[in-house]
Design a protein. Structure first.
Length: 252
């Protein structure tokens, strides 16, 4: 059994905190060279410093993933430093205008699509041709259980995550012949800044959805291991799948 990522290069968007940070930590510890890309460089540097004693190298790169030119420069910086990318993790995302569907603005639709969905298309347009040349790669898209069933008052978030899931399946179908695997992870409620609006209320009431058999919040460590599995050679027959990691919330 080998979860080693020695000799591999990974790019993790939003790798400075939350789920992306934990994924980056697992990858660096497994020997990969990892680029972490997001808007707040100071935060990325802090994470890089924290991981500096781990096995692989880490490169922080400032990148607003909704902006095409910044996506291009992030990939160029990654390739200049470490060579071509073997593992691409589309993790960075945003959630705007949570509320009734009729109040959603055009601007919010466009921004959510650009950051949560188009960013992945742009990163893959730049990285997949080189994966094809090399004969393989692993792509991991961080979706959500909100992409599998509607999230109350979360129209835009749900539809962008659902889009990412369908892209995952489509890309897996298209690029499998080149040895490229494409999978999604759909987390339930995980304790990060992103979801604090939801889990702070749960903590106060100590109540979990009756449909969630494991009565605790998800932690970023619950997601990191599955990402390492999907990146590693332990999962070479796994593609086009959505790994649901949610304490069983959607099991019924
Ligand atoms: N937490 C949950 O309950 C949960 C559940 C299901 C799915 N997810 C998904 O998990 C992923 C990670 O979320 P998280 O919970 O770890 O949240 P988080 O701790 O708030 O992290 C979000 C990350 O995305 C980056 N980001 C946001 N907007 C960006 C932009 N425009 N350009 C570049 N980077 C950007 C942030 O970095 P900067 O601020 O530095 O840009 C940050 O690193 C997301 O795709 C989210 O949808 C989370």
């Amino acid at each position: 059994m080998s979860f080693s990522l020695e000799g591999k290069v990974a790019l993790v968007t939003g790798g400075g905190r939350g789920i992306g940070k934990e994924i980056a930590r697992r990858f660096v510890a497994a020997g990969a060279d990892v680029i972490i890309a997001s808007r707040k460089l100071e935060n990325l540097h802090k994470t890089a410093e924290e991981f500096s004693s781990l096995s692989g190298r880490i490169l922080p790169v400032r990148c607003h993933i909704g902006k095409a030119d910044q996506v291009e420069s992030a990939v160029a910086a990654a390739e200049e430093q470490f060579g071509t990318i073997d593992i691409m993790v589309n993790n960075g995302a945003t959630n705007l205008e949570q509320g009734p569907s009729l109040s959603v603005s055009d601007a919010a639709v466009m921004k959510m699509v650009e950051i949560n969905v188009l960013s992945a298309v742009r990163f893959l347009r730049l990285t997949v041709p080189k994966m094809i040349e090399k004969g393989g790669g692993s792509i991991i898209n961080i979706a959500s259980i909100a992409g599998l069933r509607p999230q109350r008052e979360g129209l835009l978030y749900s539809f962008t995550k659902s889009g990412l899931i369908m892209m995952t399946r489509t890309w897996a179908d298209e690029w499998g012949q080149h040895g490229i695997r494409v999978n999604a992870i759909a987390p339930g409620l995980v304790r990060t800044d992103f979801s604090s609006f939801f889990w702070k209320r749960l903590d106060e009431n100590a109540q979990y959805p009756p449909t969630q058999p494991i009565k605790r919040l998800g932690e970023t460590s619950d997601i990191g291991g599955i990402a390492l599995y999907l990146a590693s050679d332990e999962s070479t027959w796994v593609t086009g799948q959505v790994m649901v990691i949610d304490g069983g919330a959607t099991a019924r």
